[in-house]
Write a protein that binds this ligand. Sequence first.
Ligand code: CTP
Ligand code: MG
Length: 242
Amino acid sequence: MVPAAGRGERLGPGAPKALRELGGVPLLVHAVRALARSRAVGLVVVAAPADGVAEVVALLDGHGLDGKKDVRVVAGGATRQESVRLGLAAIPEDVEIVLVHDAARPLVPVEVVDAVAAAVRAGAPAVVPAVPLADTVKRVEPNPGRPEPVLDTPERATLRAVQTPQGFDRATLVEVHAKALAEEAAGGADAVPVTDDAGLVERYGGTVVVVPGHEEAFKVTRPLDLVLAEAVLARRRAADDY
Ligand code: CTP
Ligand code: MG
């Protein structure tokens, strides 16, 4: 499934991020195509902005996605977590493996999608693609706008930057989302917010494994990311008729 209901605040003013264009094609269409290119994927469920479902349906139709794959669109929610939960609810009961892929990662290579799906099929309940970090990372006492005290420096070789698609045994993913919802409803825990689905699995004691990601699976978050994505796409289009 593809959570695509975010505004894209960090990208700056304009259309919702998933509808912004890369090489003349909306990010969302790139992301759905990237998933659909994998033989492991039979159905793509998109969580669209709640006020943009009809627009997203028209957009996906207009870009003639590979007719062999079923694409469904549902209304997303106020948070990424809620959008994923709503998307999950639209997946037929007999589907056993679910990949969750950000609309904001338009250029993920099919090899990454295949590797994640294969690792779930081989028995891992939760799989994330990730890459080593280039920068050294420090933990700080957050104090925006002021010098922030450093707490410590995790050893870089043990860190990974996590991408999507993240892959799950469906029952595991449904269960952790239900638990998170119940906890919220109970006025629950000022738990640290979880920014990815695998993080929910970790929170409730499940096992998550990492497989190699790809530098081109980066997330379009800030304006500079869009510049890089245009360059990567131009290179691909020059190399073949991508
Ligand atoms: N997402 C979603 N529903 C939300 C918020 C985010 O489906 N309520 C999706 C986004 O559309 C995106 C993915 O989650 O594909 C990753 O989120 P992020 O990169 O943070 O996108 P935005 O939330 O749109 O961007 P920002 O945080 O800058 O506003
Ligand atoms: Mg966001």
